[in-house]
Every structure is written in C-alpha cells, then in structure tokens.
Design a protein around this ligand. Structure first.
Ligand SMILES: C[S@@+](CC[C@H](N)C(=O)[O-])C[C@H]1O[C@@H](n2cnc3c(N)ncnc32)[C@H](O)[C@@H]1O
Length: 499
C-alpha cells in the first residue's frame, strides 16, 4: 500500500463518496458524564492523552485540505493518531500505523481533533507489512483495521488498550490495578467468524420495483454511512463465506420481494457424526466428523461444539462468534471461578451465578462440580436454550431465569463466601442497580468478561471504589483475542472479596 496513490482503491473513499457518517457530536475534553464506553468517548481519551490536560485547541485545518503527517500512536479505536506540529490538534487517520508518514484529507473537524481519510502512505513504518493484507476490501471496509500488522503486534496493542481503559475509565488509584496480563491469541487469525451480518439499503418507500438495480450488499464503508459492496469476507469461516455468496445471489434474484433494505444473517452450524471406536471391547476416544453449513433463517436452530459441550440455539440469538478460541477461553474462566480457599479441594460445596448467561456458555462449560448454579438473561429465547443445553450436557443442578440481570438477586440462597459469579454483560456494561445488589450479596469471587474493556473498567472500578478498596481487590486483568484483525478485544477481570 505504501508509496502508491490510490484514492478510492483501498485507501479512501472513491470520487463522489463525500457523505460523512452522521454521528452524535462527540463530548469534548473536560465535560463530565458517566462513561458509556462509546467509540467517541474512547477516542477523546486518546486525544486528551496526546494533547495533555491544559491546552487551547488550535485553528482547525480547512475541510478537504490535504496534510502530511507522522503517526505517533495507535488509538484504542483502531485508528492511527498524529499530533499537529504546534501540539494543539490531533488527526485521526484510519489504517495508519505508528511510524508511518502519510498524506491525509481532512474530512471533519471537531474542536480538538480532525477526522481524515488516508490518501497515501509516503514512508511506511517498520511495523507495517502490507504483504499480510489478505482481503481486497481492506482499507475501505469498516470491519477490519489491523490486517497490515503482525499477530504479535496486534496482541501487544490490545494489552495496551486494556491498560489504558483501566487508567482512563476505572477511576481507581493505580495501586489498586494489577499489571495487565497478556492477550491470549486466537488459534485462527482469519476464517474464524461463525456469524456475519452483511446488509443492503433499500428505497425510502415503495419497495424494490421489478428490474431495479441491485443495491450494494456488504458492510459499512469506513467513515461513511453507506454500504460497501462486498463479495466475500475472508474473516468468516468457509461455511459462512459460502453462505454469503449464495445469499448475495438470492437477494439479486429476489430483489422485488424486499420492501426495504435488510440485514442478512449468516451463521455457521455444525453437524457432528461420531464413529465409536473400541479398545479391548471398551469404548475409547471417539473420533468424529464435522459437516459445517450456513444457516440464514434467524429462527432455525444451529449447533455449536466447544470441546465436548454441545450447544443448540436459534441462529438469531447471541453466541460468541469465534469458536476456535472458546475451549481455551472457557477453560481459563473455569479456573478463575475456583474460590482460592477451595483450590485443589473438591469444590462441590461451592456455587455459581451466571449473570447475562445467554444460552448457558459458562454454566455448561465451567459449571461441572458446582453444588448449584443460577443463570439470568433478559432473552427468554436464550434462557430456553440454556435450560435445554444444560440438561443435554449433564448439568442438572442449574436454574435459569428470564429477566433483567438484577432479578437474580431475589432468587439466590447460596452462601456468598462459597459463591463465584461470572458477569458477561453487553457492550454497555452493567447498570448501577445490578452492581449495588451484587455488592450487597458479596460473592467471594467475581469473573467479569466483556467485549468492551472500557465499560468493564468503569464497572470494576465502581465495585472496588464502593468498598474503598477494602471489599474487593482485583487479582487479574487481561484479554483474549476473540476478534483478530480488528481493534476489538474480549477483556476479563478477576476479583476476590477480602475476608
Ligand atoms: C455478551 S452476551 C453474553 C452471553 C453469554 N454469557 C455467552 O457468552 O454466550 C450478553 C447477554 O446479556 C443479555 N442481556 C442484555 N441486557 C441484559 C439485561 N439488562 N439483563 C440481563 N441480560 C441482559 C443478552 O441477551 C446477552 O445474552
């Protein structure tokens, strides 16, 4: 990519693609609010870090002007960041790496930073390796940000993102934050996503007429509000990629049946057939064969295996979508759930709370050996799957309830000193009602899992602060690379209640 001027061909929008994605106005530096962990808020923390606390925003560059910049930092939102020569403004440059010298076009100005399109890399960083890029849409699609970076570089960056999240969003004294652990790699760096949801826009009213041109079908163009036509996504598993191709054909052939734009569901399902093997007449390790296909009906059931655990759930319901890492991940979570005092002992006297349990991932993969389990999720469909999946996988002492996460506290009769709790909320994190009831109950061990390390930092900061650092201490923080090639990271934090 370096040294080549290719506007509209991998480095920026095509001619005419001027529409800037309409976004909520980003809160500016110094405003106070309960953090939401939004993209804008995270970006602003990085801007603040680069500019320092005391600064007067400098004059904004002219919109659509071109500027040459040196990239000094990779931000937590996955964009390269550069500071202006006078130190008063940050430029946000997609697909840029620290050490790159680039030419950018200014697209939109905010008081302290400017959003840009990358026009040209004139001197590539030693950290950039464009030969690693494996997708022809990279540089225009908003899905991946890091294909030009090695796997190790991505992991180290994500570890820094978690550290910065703790520093900027937890409100904790640094002495209360343990060193951030390394980010565990994903066995697959591409071809890992078991679910993709490409989409297309439709006419404002009246539906697609017979013979109407086929709309672009794909993912959002980076920094714009419209769809980039994508024929294939190599981040998806083979089954999902095949499904993508046939769904594109289906839409083209049946366009007139769509009243408006739509999101297509592509979700992998696995049919596993075992061939029993016997040694000396006794059944031994069973070999199996998997046939993987793509389901597109959100109500149809899909099957997924994690080690020996089998999960069946509706295709449209939530499930972690990098299967290749889930066995390693759930084994890790299981180890963290052991109450330290009980380590090495039979922990049949201990109990598990699975908050935001979905279709039962942690209750089932980590729940063997617990004396009792209770899970909660707002989705009745997921709870129905959790109940069936638990029974099918030999977990017979679990109860699952449908409701807001805090509803679980009225149903718990476990002794808190023998109770571990896994908390895996959606991106927005937990609300204070849930957290305050959690503190009141005081389970001995907490394992917080999140796909948004910023709301995770906010919530565990709150838990620790409420007890003035005396109730809960943070034992471990780190991450798993659920989403290689993207800026996302799955974070975890392990907390113990002081006795
Ligand atoms: C990140 S997913 C985790 C699901 C599950 N632990 C897993 O790993 O498969 C978050 C889950 O929280 C549920 N959820 C969202 N808001 C909730 C709320 N207010 N109370 C309870 N569950 C909620 C969603 O239905 C979803 O299943």
């Amino acid at each position: 990519m370096s040294g080549t001027k290719r506007p509209g061909d991998g480095l920026g929008p095509k001619a005419g693609e001027k529409r800037w994605k309409r976004k909520k106005i980003a809160p500016e530096i110094g405003s106070s609010f309960r953090s939401t962990g939004s993209h804008e808020e995270v970006l602003l923390q990085d801007v603040k870090l680069l500019l320092g606390e005391a600064h007067e925003p400098g004059t904004a560059p002219e919109q659509f002007s071109q500027v040459e910049l040196s990239i000094s930092m990779l931000g937590s939102t996955g964009d390269g960041l550069s500071i202006s020569h006078d130190g008063t403004r940050v430029y946000v440059v997609p697909f840029a790496v620290p050490g790159d010298t680039v030419v950018v076009k200014v697209v939109k100005n905010f008081p302290s930073y400017s959003m840009t399109d990358l026009i040209e890399v004139i001197k590539p960083s030693k950290n950039r390796d464009d030969d690693l890029v494996f997708c022809r849409y990279f540089g225009r699609c908003s899905g991946c940000q890091f294909q030009m970076l090695s796997g190790d570089y991505q992991l180290q960056h994500k570890q820094k993102v978690i550290a910065k999240a703790m520093q900027n969003f937890s409100n904790l004294d640094p002495s209360l934050i343990p060193p951030i652990g390394g980010v565990m790699p994903s066995p697959l760096l591409r071809g890992y996503r078991t679910k993709l949801t490409p989409h297309f826009d439709g006419p404002r009213r009246g539906g697609f007429k017979e013979g109407a041109p086929v709309p672009d079908i794909g993912f959002q163009l980076k920094g714009r509000s419209f769809v980039l036509d994508i024929e294939d996504c190599p981040i998806g598993t083979d089954a999902v990629r095949d499904g993508f191709k046939s769904q594109r054909t289906f839409v083209k052939e049946n366009l007139h049946t769509f009243k408006r734009g739509a999101t297509l569901l592509l979700r992998e399902t696995t049919e596993r057939t075992f061939s029993p093997e016997t040694i000396d007449g006794r059944e031994a390790i069973r070999s199996y064969r998997d046939i993987k296909t793509c389901i597109t009906d959100s109500k149809a059931l899909v099957t997924e295996w994690i080690g020996r655990a089998k999960f069946i759930s509706p295709a449209g319901s939530f499930f972690q979508n990098n299967n290749s890492i889930l066995e390693k991940f759930t084994t890790f979570v299981q180890e963290q759930l052991v109450i330290p005092k009980l380590a090495g002992q039979d922990h049949s006297e201990s109990y598990l709370i699975d908050a935001y349990c979905g279709s039962g991932l942690f209750s089932i993969c980590c729940g063997h050996g617990f004396n009792g389990i209770i899970g909660v999720d707002i989705s009745s469909q997921s709870i129905e799957s959790a109940r069936k999946n638990a029974t099918e996988n030999g977990i017979h002492n679990a109860r699952f309830i449908t409701g807001n996460a805090e509803a679980i506290f009225a149903n718990i009769d476990f002794p808190p000193e023998l109770t571990s709790m896994v908390i895996d909320p959606p991106r927005k994190g937990c609300d204070e009602l849930f957290l305050s009831q959690l503190l009141k109950l005081g389970p001995k061990r907490l394992v917080y899992i999140s796909c948004n390390v910023h709301t995770m930092a906010r919530d565990i900061g709150w838990i620790v602060q409420q007890g003035l650092g005396k109730d809960y201490r943070i034992d471990k923080i780190g991450g798993f690379d659920f989403f290689p090639q993207t800026h996302h990271v799955e974070g975890y934090a392990v907390l113990s209640k002081n006795s």
